[in-house]
Design a protein around this ligand. Sequence first.
Ligand code: PMV
Length: 302
Amino acid sequence: MTCIGWGKIILLGEHAVVYGYPALAAALDRGVTIAPVATPAGGSLRVDVPAWSLKASAADDHPVARCLAVIADGLGVGRPSVSLLGDAQIPPGAGLGSSAALAVAIARALLVHARRRESVTEITHAAAASEALMHGKASGVDVALAVAGGMGVFRKTTGLRAFPSPPLRVLVGPSGSPRSTAAMVDRVAQATSEVVDDARLRELGALTDIGTTALLAGDLAGLGAAMDRAHALLAGLGVSTAQLDSLCDVARVCGAHGAKLTGAGGGGAVIAIAPRDREQAILTEWKNAGVTGFVATVRGKS
Ligand code: PMV
């Protein structure tokens, strides 16, 4: 049996979501899958994801090993003799929720191995503890989407409010530039530390509401305009890069409704939404800029 944690994109509201504002996010149609394979008694608890050249045993001195241990502890399963054999359809460290997807897939696989029923609450808590180790001050949006899939508006106080929506095609461009979510979250904390209620964060939150209303009304131009404005605000907070700005500009020049960085920024990925007949031109221009993009279809579950 394979267990999944979904990758995700944030359509609107990243960083502001850490401060309690809403974010519009959607699970990708791909993520991380893990199959638990029992090993002889006395063997170690280990995870192996060849697609990311990742191998770690719970006792190792390695960030993923510490995450594995914290997830096992959160679920109260001890250190079972099991190899967690993984596959990944999203790149690591690209702003697509890879670490949350891995944590959720691991948690699900450990419960399967322990012959325990899946509990969303248990999986969420265990994966959130792993994310706290990896990223420090995480809002929880990545974990919520990695567990539930679908699409919705996430707030720290109320969690994910999922809603049904028609399929939305989103172009995703992983820039290939590494970055640290924790470092980007710190950068925004510094940029906004002088003010109690930073107007840029407040506007990012308002854009989530505007963009969600537009999406649900089928107004992709309206959603795109909100994305463009959100990118400008995120750039103003210091989390964009020249490469991310350029990938967004290229998409707009090719006719996208809108484009922005997604996730923490500082590298990672951009997203764009575009009329169907403009998609290939955008992917081609991104390819010319050294970025292999793809089209993900995201949808809210009914
Ligand atoms: O880049 P990612 O996938 O780690 O997303 C981070 C999203 C932030 O809003 C910047 C942080 C958070 O925990 O919500």
